[in-house]
Design a protein. Structure first.
Length: 169
């Protein structure tokens, strides 16, 4: 009986040291909003270069700074411009009352209208671009922020390899 108790204590002790590692390996980062994967940390390779790691869904997400405000965003090479919703526009200092939603655009969710703005600056890590064209969409038409080609084409280069997106100024 004593040997079984000692054996059980030994197994429990070994399992207790391994359980945290198992949970860490299985844990997928999730944002506070629910089932959307959280932004993956940015790695800075050298001055003027930033590397984004692909998240569990294969997308490149990170914390960008739009007009100096930290905004979680996803890089989207299919988007012509940086696209933000009304809520994000307010956060970064854009007056919604002055916007003219006159530009018809096609999104993955169908047709909608957008207002054109110019962002003072878009930054991630050590990469910074000034005077970036962007569209503001209604909140119901866009739930997140997309970093489109109006930012990417202003870079010195960008490339995706081995689940990493390298942005170079």
């Amino acid at each position: 009986m004593l040997m079984r108790a000692i054996g059980l204590v030994f197994v429990v002790a070994v399992a207790a040291t391994q359980v945290p590692q198992v949970f860490e390996a299985l844990k997928m980062p999730v944002s506070a909003g629910g089932g959307t994967p959280a932004a993956v940390p940015v790695a800075v390779a050298r001055a003027g270069t930033t590397v984004l790691e692909a998240d569990a869904t294969g997308h490149y997400r990170g914390t960008f700074r739009l007009n100096g405000k930290a905004i979680e965003a996803m890089v989207d090479t299919g988007a012509s411009l940086v696209a933000i919703n009304e809520t994000t526009a307010r956060r970064i200092g854009v007056s919604i009352a002055s916007l003219d939603f006159k530009y018809p655009i096609s999104t993955a969710n169908g047709e909608t209208r957008a207002a054109h703005i110019r962002l003072q600056r878009v930054e991630i890590g050590t990469v910074r671009v000034e005077d970036v064209d962007a569209f503001v969409l209604r909140d119901k038409a866009l739930s997140g922020t997309l970093i489109g080609m109006s930012f990417l084409k202003r870079l010195g280069g960008y490339s995706a390899e081995d689940d990493r997106l390298r942005l170079e100024r």
